[in-house]
Write a protein that binds this ligand. Structure first.
Ligand code: B1M
Length: 244
């Protein structure tokens, strides 16, 4: 992404001079581009400001999330994969994404209704990626679920302790690394060994997973994204309640 756009630094011969970009003066398309650059550059304050501006212009929270933040993070992911960005830079991008998500969260979670069910969710042991899992938690809240978020690097005992404490309808597992995906099976197998597997709907998700993997490890559903996670959770709970 173009540095001069992202930081407002404009090249002037050998010199760089800072030129603040006033986000309020940009039209929607330019603001979106600027925000994606700012996300790439890890500028959390700018992301928060841009998010508020788009909302004030009538964008709904899901559009800001999908068209700007998630799309921006997708580009960060490509350059991370290609060795153009490194962990510290990606961490800054992730924090910027979270600054935007913090503003969107209450809007996505707005529902005056009684909870339709409870979800316990966490990123599995060995894995510290939490942006996708946080999005799922937000969308689930928006769909009317009460969400207990166990955070990252969650081991099987922590999951089981939370299941016993909160007695949720759904257990959600997130993994972003091919090396941590197998731990999902460890969790499901442990539930089975303890005779608890059928007490919960187990949903799994994360970029390296697919439907086949979900089936192979004995999950009830694989969710490609947060919106699918929320709708699948709603459908499977309804099915289970109807069957009962
Ligand atoms: Co990492 N990382 N990372 N990383 N990171 C990936 C995953 C990677 C694909 C990058 C790449 O090479 N292109 C690669 C994994 C390769 C592989 O396993 N094959 C990778 C690597 C290698 C690593 C490290 C090993 C790097 C290193 O240290 N050398 C290291 C691992 C640390 C660890 O976990 N032990 C590492 C570290 C990091 C950061 C800390 C810098 C940072 C995480 C910050 C944070 O999360 N707080 C980071 C980031 C940001 C990424 C990328 C760039 C972006 C992930 C993300 O947030 N995506 C990622 C590249 C990529 O995925 N394209 C990458 C946006 C998010 C909205 O999407 O998480 O897919 P996603 O979530 C979606 C769906 O998957 C689904 O819904 C979500 C919303 O729609 N979903 C669920 C997710 N969880 C679900 C749970 C459900 C349902 C649906 O339950 C019901």
């Amino acid at each position: 992404m173009a540095d001069e756009l992202s930081t407002g630094a404009v090249e002037d011969g050998d010199e760089f001079e800072d030129e603040e970009v006033d986000l309020t003066t940009l039209d929607d398309a330019d603001l979106r581009t600027q925000m994606m650059d700012d996300l790439y550059d890890g500028l959390a304050e700018e992301i928060a400001e841009g998010t508020k501006i788009l909302l004030s212009r009538g964008w709904d929270a899901e559009k800001v999330l999908g068209d700007v933040l998630v799309e921006g993070m997708r580009i960060v992911g490509i350059d991370f994969r290609d060795g153009i960005l490194f962990v510290p830079e990606v961490l800054l991008s992730a924090n910027s994404m979270k600054a935007g998500m913090a503003i969107l969260r209450p809007l996505l979670a707005e529902t005056g209704a009684e909870p339709i069910g409870t979800v316990v969710i966490g990123t599995v042991k060995g894995d510290i990626h939490d942006i996708g899992k946080n999005l799922v938690a937000m969308m689930m809240e928006g769909a009317g679920f009460e969400v207990v978020d166990l955070g990252i690097n969650t081991d099987v005992d922590e999951y089981i302790e939370a299941l016993e404490k909160h007695k949720p309808d759904i257990l959600g597992l997130s993994a972003l690394l091919t090396t941590t995906m197998p731990y999902m099976k460890v969790v499901i197998d442990t539930l089975r060994e303890r005779g608890m597997r059928d007490d919960y709907i187990v949903l799994v998700g994360g970029a390296p997973l697919n439907e086949e993997f979900g089936e192979a490890i004995g999950a009830d559903g694989y969710c490609r994204d947060a919106a699918i996670a929320a709708s699948m959770a709603t459908e499977l709970i309804a099915e289970r309640r109807n069957a009962a």
